[in-house]
Write a protein that binds this ligand. Structure first.
Ligand code: BYC
Length: 312
């Protein structure tokens, strides 16, 4: 097939909502766009283990500790599926990790905020995983096959994560005055950064046009943010907590909430590397990478030995 036919073939698959698979021809920019998004998503999952990992040894009961351990482990698993999906696009794991550690690749802004109290673990599950699912449900229908399939399992697990976070918040909100205040304080601190997870407003989002054209993203940043606010505000009210936004009010005409503007200067500072925990997060990842060198060497050496036994 000549290049025009290859391109027509690609376009026709997209039009029929068929997935693009690793061995299919795809435009270079589609490949680059996906490597950027899928790898940043993978990095987010792995860096996202850090703020919650901080509370594993301090969870208030054995049950809470077991649930949190399982959740954090799930996030590591998500990172692995997503790194594998990114590798099918022709980039190596080493290159991907190098991009993270050198600051060339981004990861979600949300993980550059500190987890100060136990209620933050509830707020992360409820709000951060809640925002993540809102975005990831549409990614189950993304046009690149390996990414879409990874998202199916990830969404199931994220849904459990969201419920465990909301349950922590429910218990705290029904608890002592101090516990309720702690839950409200966590909501106050995590609300706006959670809204920023969806990315800049559509008119300031350089990647959205191609993402929608190529059916990588099925909904825009603003559409998903609106859905998240509509879903989350009633959950807060139900347990007696209040979303920290004086402009939040129901708009009957649009059947959704009007809401205030996140501090976009803060968002751009955080994604430029200047958030409260950016340096600590990358230092922790670098340390884990260095400490894991012997494991990678042992695995590679075992694989080599195994291959030579099979060949013999
Ligand atoms: N943080 O043109 P835009 C999880 C960047 S982890 C940092 O709108 P796009 C979890 C963006 O990359 C879930 N950077 O971009 C884990 C771009 O810069 P570059 C994480 C952001 O790609 C552990 C520039 O800003 N989810 O669930 O169309 C524990 C312009 O943006 C952010 C995913 O990764 C941000 N928030 O849309 C708990 C989902 N927003 O790359 C939970 C997959 C924007 O051009 N990703 N930027 O230098 C996506 O859906 C999209 O990439 C985004 C951004 C909606 C995030």
């Amino acid at each position: 097939m000549n290049s025009t036919q290859l391109e027509q073939n690609f376009e026709s698959k997209l039009a029929k909502n068929e997935t693009i698979e690793p061995k299919d021809w795809m435009p270079d920019n589609y490949r680059k766009h996906l490597i950027r998004q899928v790898s940043q998503h993978a990095h987010s999952e792995v860096v996202g283990m850090l703020p919650e990992g901080n509370w594993i040894t301090r969870a208030p009961s054995l049950r809470r500790k077991m649930v949190l351990l399982a959740k954090v482990q799930d996030e590591g698993g998500h990172g692995l599926y997503l790194y594998s999906a990114a590798e099918t696009l022709g980039i190596t794991r080493n290159e991907l990790i190098d991009q993270l550690l050198t600051g060339k690749a981004k990861y979600s802004s949300i993980f550059n905020y500190p987890t100060l109290t136990w209620a933050d673990i509830g707020a992360i599950g409820w709000l951060v995983d809640g925002a993540a699912i809102m975005n990831q449900v549409m990614l189950q229908r993304t046009s690149y096959g390996p990414y879409a399939r990874a998202m199916v399992r990830i969404c199931k697990e994220e849904s459990f994560h969201q419920r465990q976070g909301y349950e922590i918040m429910c218990v705290l909100a029904k608890g002592t005055t101090e516990q309720k205040a702690m839950a409200q304080d966590a909501l106050n601190r995590w609300w706006w950064p959670s809204l920023m997870m969806f990315g800049p407003t559509d008119d300031k989002s350089p990647n959205t046009a191609n993402a929608i054209k190529w059916k990588i993203k099925r909904e825009s940043n603003d559409e998903l943010r609106q859905k998240f606010v509509n879903q989350t505000q009633p959950q807060a009210e139900l347990i007696g907590l209040h979303v920290p936004d004086k402009d939040l009010k129901w708009n009957e005409a649009k059947k959704g909430f009007d809401f205030g503007t996140p501090d976009w200067d803060e968002f751009y500072q955080v994604i430029a590397g200047n958030g409260p925990c950016n340096k600590a997060r990358l230092t922790a990842r670098q340390k884990a990478h260095d400490n894991g060198a012997w494991v990678r060497e042992a695995a590679a050496s075992y694989a080599k030995k195994h291959m030579s036994t099979v060949a013999a």
